[in-house]
Design a protein around this ligand. Sequence first.
Ligand SMILES: [Cu+2]
Length: 146
Amino acid sequence: MRKGTTLGLAMGVASVLLVGAIGASFGGDATNKVKAAETAVLQPSGSISNGVRVVEVKAKKYAFMPGEIVVNQGEKVRFDLSTEDVTHGIQLKEFKVDQRIEPGKPVSVEFTADKAGTYTFHCSVFCGLGHMGMRGKLVVLPMAHP
Ligand SMILES: [Cu+2]
């Protein structure tokens, strides 16, 4: 009985110390460094044509290809959109993109990636059971400061 209480107390102290240690190692600075390192590795998607970053984006139940698009802050961006099955849509609120994509009718949208950050775009036309999960990620790399 007494032994059990002592053990319990010891474990309690140990877990408090452990939580403290984890908290210290994941401090704000460490997290930001990891993010910066990840960003440095990312390469912009698509190619530049007449000063515009052009990215081909295909929709197909229930995903966008590519699922992650990377552009540089400040770039004019064009998505060349098409669907490989039914009608889908692409909505990217932060850049006022909302476009229907119908079978056999490739269509383009343009916007300026003026804000750095990571944004989620999603299918805006109900396309079946997986519709709610049909989304992708746009990463706008921050402009380099000289
Ligand atoms: Cu869809």
